[in-house]
Design a protein around this ligand. Structure first.
Ligand code: ZN
Length: 94
């Protein structure tokens, strides 16, 4: 929580403790692990919206979420950040 500046990493909304959820950036259903570097704080609506989408698909579809992710997700794996940056520029170029 503290690591993400107490904001939802996808929409930037301020998170009260009881509204915050933990999201697996690489979804568990797709083989993502529950470990530091793959976990971020997200609001419930964003978590639901993302569902089991792979981060790349999610960020191509919602580039704004990708930009927020780059801004707010401080402790995720560098590969996830690189992927997000690529997805955002792909979406913005389209
Ligand atoms: Zn959100």
């Amino acid at each position: 929580m503290r690591d993400c500046g107490r904001r939802c990493v996808y929409c930037g909304a301020w998170l009260e403790h009881d509204h915050a959820t933990i999201d697996h950036v690489h979804p568990r259903a797709r083989g993502g692990i529950t470990a530091y570097g793959n976990l971020v704080a997200a609001c419930a609506p964003c978590n639901r919206l993302k569902g089991d989408m792979l981060p790349h698909d999610f960020f191509v579809r919602y580039p704004l979420a990708g930009m927020n992710f780059l801004l707010y997700a401080r402790v995720v794996h560098r590969a996830l950040k690189r992927g997000a940056r690529r997805a955002v520029s792909l979406a913005l170029a389209a």
